[in-house]
Structures are given as structure tokens and as C-alpha cells.
Design a protein around this ligand. Structure first.
Ligand SMILES: C[S@@+](CC[C@H](N)C(=O)[O-])C[C@H]1O[C@@H](n2cnc3c(N)ncnc32)[C@H](O)[C@@H]1O
Length: 233
């Protein structure tokens, strides 16, 4: 295939957009601006770069529900944190989840997620690098977060807020791009929160498929029966 091949050029452009997003250093204004212009073509770009994180996160949610949670799958309350256009939500629905909420920093991405019709409520303008006060403590059975703990987006300490809004004995399932986990010491944050009794690391699938160009890790965290993450420090 020559470099003038339109498919190759489109793939290259998709990779460049991802790289640009990684360089924004958590700057919420610029991230929201970038995703505003990307919302319409984001899903196509993800196909081009072989993004399989949403399928894996949703399937892990299915396995965790089956292994650990009581009641029917369609009654499990799920929050898709940083839901983007709704790729994870659509996979969750395919697997039989029915009570799915979502939020995102970008109102334009959130609007795309609403349009999928798979979510109960989707909120835009929610910044996981701060306190997400619109969400009450101990609300969700399962909190999923895919493609958000990635370079230039959300810091590892965003996990604390996800833990707060997840109910005791509930679970967080989060992906990290491998390079993000390496440079941010994400695992140290997990260990710190575990030491404080906020989360317990149940499993980590390391170096799993994520994107064609890079692997990721998939973290399964459980909230303790009564967890201190339910209150803010
Ligand atoms: C790579 S996309 C992943 C979207 C979706 N979870 C998926 O897997 O397709 C990253 C998403 O994180 C959102 N995001 C970036 N920074 C954020 C923040 N501080 N708080 C909440 N969402 C954020 C972006 O708006 C974008 O929709």
C-alpha cells in the first residue's frame, strides 16, 4: 500500500488526532475544544486505529456482574465515566445491561452518547480531574472508565472520585494505556488508595489489546464493604 492510499492517510490522520489529544496536558478548555471538533468522526477514527478498549471493558463488566453482583444484569446501575460518544455504553447494552448513565467533559461527545439511546442520563461538562459534585456518593454498582486514564486527559487521582460514587462492594473497571500507566505511576495511586481502604485491587489484565499501536492494562477494583471513599477527605 503506498502512502498516498486514502485508507492509510485516514489512519495516519486519526493517529495524529489522538497524539494531539495526548499533548493537551489535562487542559480542560483545550480538550473540550478538541473533542468538539472530533465528535462527528471519533467513532470512525477509533475503527481505523483498531481501538478495542470499549469491547474489553464491557466484557469485563459482564464477567464481574456474573461473578459477583446479585440480581439481574439489566438492574445493575452502571456509570460510564468519560463516556465519549457512547462506544462502551453500546457494548454494555449489547451484553444486556439496561441502567447505564454516562458523563463526559465534552458536551459534544456527551450529546453523541445521548443519541445512541442506550443511556438513561448523560451529562456533559463534568471534569473528572476535580470533584464531580453532581454525583452522589455510593450510587453505582459498576463504574466503567475506558480511554480516559490516558495521556493528557485524567490524572490517576481521578480514581478517588470514581470510588466515592461507586457503592460499597461495587466495582470500578478502568483501562489505562500502557504508556500512561508507566509515566503517571497509576499503579502507585491504586496501591495508595488500597492502603487507605478506598479500593481493593481484584485483578489487573496487563498488556492486553487496546489499540493497534499500543497495548493497555485493564484494572478491576472493588470497593470495600464500608469504604472511606464514600466520604471526601
Ligand atoms: C479517548 S475518549 C474515550 C471515550 C469513551 N470512553 C470510549 O472509550 O470510546 C476520551 C474521553 O475522555 C473525555 N475527557 C477528557 N478529559 C476529561 C475529564 N477531565 N473529565 C471527564 N472526561 C474527560 C473526553 O472528552 C473524551 O470523550
Amino acid at each position: 500500500m503506498s502512502s498516498a492510499d486514502p485508507k492509510t492517510a485516514a489512519e495516519q490522520a486519526a493517529r495524529e488526532r489522538i497524539k494531539t489529544s495526548h499533548a493537551l496536558n489535562g487542559d480542560t478548555v483545550r480538550l473540550a475544544q478538541l473533542y468538539r471538533g472530533w465528535a462527528d468522526t471519533f467513532d470512525q477514527d477509533q475503527i481505523r486505529v483498531g481501538y478495542c478498549g470499549p469491547v474489553i471493558v464491557a466484557e469485563l463488566a459482564g464477567a464481574v456482574q456474573k461473578a459477583y453482583l446479585d440480581g439481574p444484569r439489566n438492574a445493575v446501575r452502571v456509570l460510564d465515566a468519560g463516556c465519549g460518544t457512547g462506544l462502551v455504553g453500546m457494548e454494555l447494552q449489547r451484553l444486556g445491561f439496561g441502567l447505564i448513565d454516562g458523563f463526559d467533559l465534552s458536551e459534544d461527545m456527551a450529546e453523541k452518547a445521548r443519541q445512541t439511546g442506550v443511556y438513561r442520563h448523560v451529562r456533559g461538562d463534568i471534569d473528572l480531574n476535580g470533584l464531580i459534585s453532581d454525583y452522589s456518593s455510593a450510587t453505582y454498582d459498576l463504574t466503567v472508565c475506558c480511554g480516559v486514564f490516558t495521556l493528557g486527559h485524567v490524572r490517576p487521582d481521578g480514581l478517588r472520585e470514581l470510588a466515592r460514587i461507586t457503592r460499597p462492594n461495587g466495582f470500578i473497571i478502568a483501562s489505562t494505556r500502557k504508556s500512561y500507566a508507566d509515566v503517571t505511576s497509576f499503579e502507585s495511586e491504586v496501591r495508595r488508595l488500597q492502603g487507605e481502604g478506598v479500593v481493593k485491587l481484584v485483578q489487573c489484565l496487563r498488556n492486553g489489546r487496546y489499540l493497534e499501536e499500543e497495548d493497555g492494562h485493564y484494572w478491576i477494583l472493588q470497593m470495600p464493604a464500608s469504604h472511606s471513599g464514600a466520604e471526601r477527605a
